[in-house]
Design a protein around this ligand. Sequence first.
Ligand code: XMP
Ligand code: MG
Length: 179
Amino acid sequence: MGTDLKKVLITKEEIDAKLAGLAEQIDAEYAGRELLLVGVLKGAVMVMADLARAVRTPATMDWMAVSSYGAGTQSSGVVRILKDLDTDIQDKHVLIVEDIIDSGLTLSWLLSNLGSRGPASLEVCTLLRKPDAAKVAIDVKWVGFDIPNEFVVGYGLDYAEKYRNLPFVGTLAPHVYGG
Ligand code: XMP
Ligand code: MG
């Protein structure tokens, strides 16, 4: 396992510190309100678990699973809902919790889909973003780390369903994905 990783990009300590800072900003923004955190499965489970415990704002959690059709690993922007929210988000303050924004196509679709359901507000918090991969401009209120345009794993992110349980974010050695 150890040799599968090229390097640690972001340590557990750096993630913890960043989420604590984001949670303070989120608490300030939503003071006196209730928050509905919407996690996007499966990648966002770790961010959701840690962020939800870091905020002091009263918060409920719901989940969505989507699949993005496209050639190979590329996101196409054509999204299918695999699991919809259990709750009605009308008049709620919704914060989408994401692991990573790559091309931005999935999130762009999610924003218009959830936006059409009449939430009181709709914002995004993502742990990671690849600015050099962006295909659509999205207004993301809270970003943990901007990272280079490389495939990353760990802390919820997978390669062929592996590595999600690593406590840090790292890049893979080329031999793992046939590079
Ligand atoms: P788009 O391109 O629509 O895609 O912003 C976002 C989704 O693609 C997955 N993704 C990754 N998963 N390492 C991963 O494990 C990566 O480097 C990576 N880049 C994109 C992820 O599911 C994300 O929600
Ligand atoms: Mg994701």
